[in-house]
Write a protein that binds this ligand. Structure first.
Ligand code: GLY
Length: 461
């Protein structure tokens, strides 16, 4: 955990910024796999972690803006629980560790909320992603599940985003620990992969590295010869000489901060010439977006730089045609790059995505509805303290190509006969994590993840 002062400062700033009614912040409960006492790995809610740092199931925070009181509610474990779990700290001890003075049972919490409702105070809560917390809020507020879904507090969301979007020096230390472990995972995979192994062999080895730090993986590992499938979580293939292997994985530190990196490397010792051409184009688009990073630039322009580079490169390879700017404007390049260049990162790999991309990544502005651009999670003007990923890629998705071709879509920009020759190529993505600084950007991580063909092939010998 950070110091008590860090949490107190964050809590007080939230109270000051919301400045009306009561704020309800549920922590997470255990999530059972097949019966109650056999739960999945416990992951605390990230907003709860940010303000209180406590990773224990069943906690609930209430911040009362009228009197400035901040409380943590939860039921203490009993002697019976200690028999199974060992001795556990009390709610009061936990609260004290994050600078919170007031504590109570869950029953006390219900009474407090009921009194606040009688006084007609505004009850602020966030969009919820776990059914147990929706049920708790329904019981507490008397709202229906639908109302809980549609009446989350914009004021609370905005206040939280305006704190969590700016990473402090102590958070950056944690994030860089996560990034460094993630780099180790990538290098280990590059060193170990051999034709004849299964994708799962790699997953098992690299996830060990994340867990050995006392942390976890920060999202389900993508380790695949089918890199054209953006979030491919299938690990059952045996890898063969000549194929490309796409790895997108991350470590989460014991405090919950994420790393998120991607690499693409050959299953054999070297890339083929065709693989090199596409790889180098992905790399060129990567650095076109990296070079654009600075405070004040809108991330959608950073994304546009990647798209233009990809479209231009594919044009010189004969896969695209026509005016590059018009092709990107129309969205034709999205056949090869149907997703965004990157996203915010912090306590979540897609930081605060549960609060709504329009608030986190777009500062309240609406997102584009265009195919490709609508998957861009971040579009807003960048500010010092933002941590984000850069991860443009080129993907050959046969199903998408066949559909667009049948629809005669973007015939003026796409050479379908040439594109068809790549239908078994797969996909390539590289990814790095950056901090926006006062005068530009800084690549995160104290170690170096191989990026160029030469750097990657060193680890494939
Ligand atoms: N690296 C996985 C993702 O961004 O969704």
């Amino acid at each position: 955990m950070f110091s008590r002062e860090t949490y107190t400062k964050r809590q007080q700033e939230l109270v000051k910024n919301v400045n009306s009614g009561i704020i309800l912040l549920p922590g997470n409960e255990e999530s059972p796999m097949n019966y109650t006492d056999n739960p999945y790995h416990f992951r605390q809610d990230s907003t709860f972690l940010y303000y209180f740092g406590l990773s224990r199931p069943g906690l609930f925070a209430l911040l009362d803006t009228a009197n400035g009181n901040i409380s943590i509610y939860g039921d203490d474990y009993t002697l019976e629980d200690f028999v199974w779990m060992g001795k556990q700290p009390s709610i009061q001890e936990l609260a004290a560790s994050c600078g919170v003075e007031y504590t109570g049972s869950i029953n006390d919490l219900f009474n407090y909320v009921s009194q606040a409702k009688k006084r007609k105070e505004t009850v602020h809560f966030l969009p919820q992603y776990r059914s147990k917390n929706i049920l708790k809020l329904m019981d507490m507020t008397g709202l229906s599940a639908q109302e809980i879904k549609t009446t989350a507090s914009t004021k609370l969301i905005t206040a939280i985003v305006s704190q969590r979007n700016y990473k402090t020096a102590e958070e950056l230390v944690e994030i860089e620990k996560g990034v460094d472990t993630t780099i180790e995972m990538h290098i280990a995979a590059m060193k170990m992969l051999k034709p004849g192994m299964s994708e799962l062999d790699v997953v098992v080895e690299i996830e060990k590295i994340a867990r050995a730090t006392g942390g976890e993986i920060s999202f389900p590992t993508i380790a695949t010869i089918n890199g054209q499938t953006l979030h491919n979580h299938y690990h059952g293939n045996i890898v063969k000489e000549g194929q490309l292997f796409l790895l997108d994985c991350g470590a989460e530190t014991s405090m919950g901060y994420a790393g998120d990196l991607s690499s693409t490397f050959p299953v054999g010792q070297t890339f083929s010439n065709l693989q090199k051409d596409i790889y180098n184009l992905v790399l060129k688009s990567h650095y076109a977006s990296v070079n654009a990073l600075k405070p004040g630039i809108a991330y959608k322009e950073v994304h546009r730089a990647a798209c233009l580079t990809i479209a231009d490169g594919l044009k010189s390879m004969g896969l695209m045609k026509g005016d590059t700017e018009s092709a990107v404007e129309a969205g034709a390049h999205a056949l090869f790059f149907p997703c965004g260049t990157g996203h915010m990162m912090g306590l979540d790999i897609h930081d605060m995505e549960n609060l709504g991309e329009e608030f986190v990544g777009y500062g309240g502005e609406p997102k584009s509805k265009q195919f490709g651009l609508r998957s861009l999670r971040l579009g807003r003007a960048l500010e010092p303290g933002f941590v984000l990923t850069i991860e443009p890629g080129i993907y050959f998705i046969p199903e998408l190509t066949d559909q667009w071709r049948a629809e005669k879509k973007f015939m003026e920009f796409l050479n379908y006969d040439e594109i068809n020759k790549f239908r078994n190529f797969g996909g390539i993505r590289n990814e790095e994590d950056y901090l926006i600084t006062n005068d530009g950007k800084r690549l995160l991580g104290n170690k170096k993840k191989p990026m160029s063909i030469k750097e990657v092939e060193v680890f494939r010998k």
